[in-house]
Design a protein around this ligand. Structure first.
Ligand code: GAF
Length: 380
């Protein structure tokens, strides 16, 4: 990929590029908690986005997406988002750099990716790769954390998704063979060594992406914010659902209307599950870890309502199989992948059975994606 994008760049723009890479991510547990300042437990994967970049002496930026086989040119001093366009991530990140006071000349950029499914944060990987590349190209003094925050803001303002910090953070800070126990209040993390012994993580790509996922995502966030407003009368210190404990659930139920309570309950219980899961990993207790994955799925499906029939089917069917420690939907939901922890000795049977039952039910050929926890963004 690296050589391919360098070659494309030279051919298109005729200069020698700087190359940057940023990975996609998985998440062990902790879904829809990041924008409520909760805990999440993601890791970077091997697959990601490669960016080739160089100054062009113009006042415009010339972009090329190898995957879309498409060019896009814009003026560096005046640009705005174009609904649904891949160039939004580049423009969004540049606009964040500019707002922070960094000045740019025009540049050329080409990029390519190999992230194999939706729900693995290709957009965050692209934004972080661009931020990393720009920092090197213009020799800027800028921290990784700022790149992460710019990437998140770019997604809010240029793609219209009010995402949390988890995806760009994992892409920027990933470490080989480790997951990041990330506190989305302080935006700091612990690296946790992940060794599942004779078990492996494998994703199943449902190959569905339900429409309106972005607006449903924003609605979930709004529901959490509405709950916090109501709860503040009784919990004056609370600024997010992170501040509410599982032990207060009965009171929370009395205070919240019936449509908001299950959503708040998911976020409150999910942060506790992240804590318990990291303790279980530390203690090497895979059974507890696996049960927490199942509980997380149920909560996302029944309480937070971000699953779909295909993801529910994949999770529930896998729970029945020998050697499956746990499995759940992963990421924002409404499609994408499930994450599964499976005994190596049962992997073949797991894949064959899941492929067959999914095909039989939905007439979709699922993909199976092994994951290796990997390094975060870097200049190559
Ligand atoms: C998406 C968002 F981008 C993340 O911030 C996070 O909220 C996730 O959905 C759900 O945990 O990936």
């Amino acid at each position: 990929m690296k050589d391919k994008i360098a070659q494309t760049f030279r051919k298109l723009f005729g200069s020698e590029p700087i190359l940057a890479f940023a990975p996609g991510r998985i998440n062990l547990i902790g879904e829809h908690t990041d924008y409520q300042e909760g805990l999440v437990f993601p890791a970077a994967i091997e697959q990601g986005i490669w960016v080739a970049i160089q100054k062009n002496g113009l006042s415009s930026c010339r972009l090329y997406s190898e995957d879309y086989e498409e060019e896009f040119v814009f003026d560096i001093t005046s640009f705005s988002p174009k609904k649904g366009h891949w160039a939004n991530y580049t423009m969004g990140v540049i606009s964040q750099f500019q707002q922070a006071g960094y000045k740019f000349e025009g540049f050329d950029m080409a990029f390519v990716g190999n992230i194999p499914a939706s729900g693995l944060s290709s957009s965050a990987a692209l934004s972080v790769a661009i931020g990393t590349a720009l920092t090197a190209l213009f020799n800027l003094t800028i921290t990784k954390k700022s790149i992460v925050l710019y990437a998140q803001k770019a997604e809010h303002l240029f793609a219209g998704v009010k995402c949390g910090i988890m995806d760009p953070y994992a892409s920027a800070f990933g470490v080989k063979d480790r997951a990041l126990l990330l506190d989305c209040r302080t935006n700091t993390h612990f690296e946790v060594e992940v060794d599942f012994g004779d078990h492996s993580l494998i994703l199943i790509n449902s190959k569905v992406k339900h429409t309106l996922a972005d607006s449903a995502y924003n609605k979930r966030r709004e529901a959490c914010e509405a709950s916090v407003k109501i709860l503040q009368d009784s919990f004056p210190e609370a600024t997010t659902l992170r501040d509410i404990q599982v032990k207060d659930m009965e009171k929370v139920q009395q205070l919240l209307p019936a449509d908001l309570f299950p959503k708040a309950k998911h976020v409150i219980t999910e942060t506790e599950r992240v804590n318990l899961a990291s303790n279980a990993l530390h203690a090497g207790d895979l059974t507890v870890f696996g049960n927490l994955l199942k509980e997380s799925h149920r909560s996302l499906s029944e309480d937070f309502e971000v699953s779909c029939v295909e993801l529910d089917f994949l999770a529930e069917e896998s729970w029945k199989l020998p050697g499956v420690i746990g499995s759940r939907m992963m990421g924002g939901g409404f499609g994408g992948c499930t994450i599964n922890l499976v005994a190596n000795s049962e992997m073949k049977n797991f894949k064959a059975t899941m492929r067959a039952v999914y095909k039989d039910k939905f007439e979709i050929e699922a993909d199976f994606i092994p994951v290796a926890l990997s390094e975060g963004a870097r200049i190559l």
